[in-house]
Design a protein around this ligand. Structure first.
Ligand code: HEC
Ligand code: HEC
Ligand code: HEC
Length: 420
């Protein structure tokens, strides 16, 4: 209910802004080109574009069916309803095969499609606009070199009247700061490279920065913690706990795991997998930039905590010992599959059970085969009641935090794939 009234208030404001905005931000169609006419046959540009597209997560959001890469149709749950990603293969009818490079550049900078329609910022063009013309061109060259796949994305399911696209014009007037990023001369070249990748194509803030009621990132709370696909994306600024050093971040971003921070799970696992396409120097640059927000100069491990006395049934204790304890050991060492003692878990200490519930349901499989962290998905193995009991018990056993309320609701939401 609360969300609805905020949305309605926000929407009335938006309608007015949009009326002005439409006048300001009207965009005309860019003439179609003939399919195949856009090929940039420079192998070097295409392969750089492939790496940049990976850093930008294009394939993660634009692929619903692994057999149809980049052909769109992935549902993205947002607080305003569900938006589906579109087909960005060079198919002339259902993809972007008739888009000239100019039309593509405009979509990445201004969030407008070839025909001049405003696109929703679920497509993170508020970040992509920071990329250079050359980098956007390389991504275009890569996309146009991919197989054309026919696929029509389902229609969006947004709350009225956000399903009226011209409203997005108003949003842009308020929140879209267009154009490539300007380097900060007072910072090192590495830091600037990191900022370019993290704030631009990497769009780290899209998940890690909180958003206002109109769904725009709060400019005064960069990296203060946000959300993504129902998961909490933790703070990366001074409030990060435990704080990060550049070395720790480099290892975490490169491998998906760090002994004092654990593994990248959920949407972050995709990010880390995509970063395999970035050079080691670029991953380090991102780490240096991000670490400058939490500014921890030396390595820390989470302090040991006194736990509450758990009041669980013998059944729950047995379930925990049988399902969890063989990997998550009590002693301060790394268990099988790179599992850490849960007393070090930041998810278990958070105010809400959001991430713990999701990691137990979906596990961590992203690094399988690469010798990385592995945790099985318990969604098919345990009932909702068992998961709720074991999560409640794990929190009591390994932290001094008060019991969570609403674990059961969170499990239901996670199973339904609902955001917020
Ligand atoms: C967080 C998810 C997400 C990521 C990451 C993402 N997109 Fe998208 N993109 C979307 C969504 C959702 C839409 C549809 C927006 C709409 O319908 O208004 C979209 C639309 C587009 C469009 C407009 C297509 C059309 O037919 O109108 C283009 C072009 C595009 N994206 C390119 C890219 C490229 C290139 C990348 C990587 C650099 C990328 N996207 C990364 C979610 C994403
Ligand atoms: C699609 C959303 C999304 C994007 C984009 C994203 N993250 Fe994350 N990130 C998350 C989520 C969700 C988590 C929490 C899950 C976890 O800890 O495994 C997370 C966790 C992290 C953590 C661990 C935080 C902690 O305290 O445990 C770091 C560090 C991090 N992200 C850095 C980055 C950087 C750097 C980028 C950009 C290159 C980035 N993230 C982009 C969603 C995202
Ligand atoms: C096969 C080994 C394995 C089993 C079994 C297992 N886990 Fe994990 N779990 C991992 C690994 C590996 C990670 C990632 C590294 C880390 O944070 O410990 C992880 C991460 C977690 C996290 C996130 C920690 C954080 O803050 O990032 C939680 C919470 C968790 N596991 C709880 C459980 C619970 C509860 C069970 C039993 C129902 C369980 N695990 C069973 C291997 C396992």
């Amino acid at each position: 209910m609360r969300l609805r009234s905020i949305v309605i208030g926000a929407v009335i404001a938006l309608v007015f802004i949009a009326l002005g905005g439409i006048a300001w931000t009207w965009r005309s169609a860019i003439a179609p080109i003939s399919a195949g006419g856009a090929a940039i046959n420079d192998h070097q540009i295409i392969s750089r574009g492939a790496d940049l597209a990976a850093i930008g997560g294009c394939g993660t959001c634009h692929t619903a069916d692994a057999g149809k890469p980049l052909a769109g149709g992935l549902p993205l749950p947002t607080p305003f309803g569900t938006i589906f990603s579109t087909n960005i293969t060079p198919d002339a009818e259902t993809g972007i095969g008739t888009w000239s490079e100019a039309a593509f550049q405009r979509s990445m900078r201004e969030g407008v499609d070839r025909e001049g329609r405003h696109l929703y910022p679920a497509f993170p063009y508020d970040h992509f606009t920071r990329a250079t013309d050359d980098d956007i061109r390389a991504v275009y060259a890569f996309l146009m070199s991919q197989p054309a796949i026919r696929n029509v994305a389902p229609s969006d399911d947004l709350v009225f009247p956000l399903n009226f696209r011209p409203l997005v014009a108003g949003w842009k007037v308020l929140f879209l700061d267009r154009g490539p990023l300007q380097p900060d001369a007072s910072k090192s070249a590495e830091w600037n490279r990191g900022q370019y990748l993290a704030d631009g194509l990497g769009h780290c803030g899209a998940c890690h920065t909180p958003r206002n009621d109109l769904g725009a990132e709060k400019k005064d709370s960069v990296f203060a913690g946000g959300s993504a696909e129902g998961w909490d994306a933790p703070a990366l600024d001074a409030a990060a706990a435990p704080k990060w050093t550049a070395n720790q971040l480099t290892e975490y971003l490169a491998t998906g795991w760090h002994p004092s921070h654990g593994a990248a799970a959920g949407p972050m696992a995709d990010v880390v997998n995509n970063l395999k396409h970035a050079s080691a120097a670029d991953v380090r640059a991102i780490a240096i930039y991000i670490a400058s927000f939490s500014s921890q100069s030396e390595s820390v491990t989470a302090p040991a905590r006194e736990n509450r006395i758990p009041t669980a049934s013998a059944e729950t204790v047995a379930l925990y010992n049988g399902s969890c304890a063989q990997c998550h050991r009590e002693a301060n060492d790394v268990g099988p599959s790179k599992a850490l003692p849960l007393s070090r878990s930041s998810s278990l200490r958070r105010a809400a059970p959001t991430n713990t519930v999701r990691v137990v349901l979906s596990g961590i499989q992203a690094y399988r085969g690469a010798g990385g962290p592995y945790m099985p998905a318990f969604d098919g193995m345990l009932s909702d009641q068992q998961i709720a009991a074991v999560v409640d018990y794990a929190r009591a056993r390994h932290t001094n935090q008060p019991p969570w309320v609403g674990i059961q609701d969170e499990i239901t939401k996670a199973r339904q794939g609902v955001a917020q």
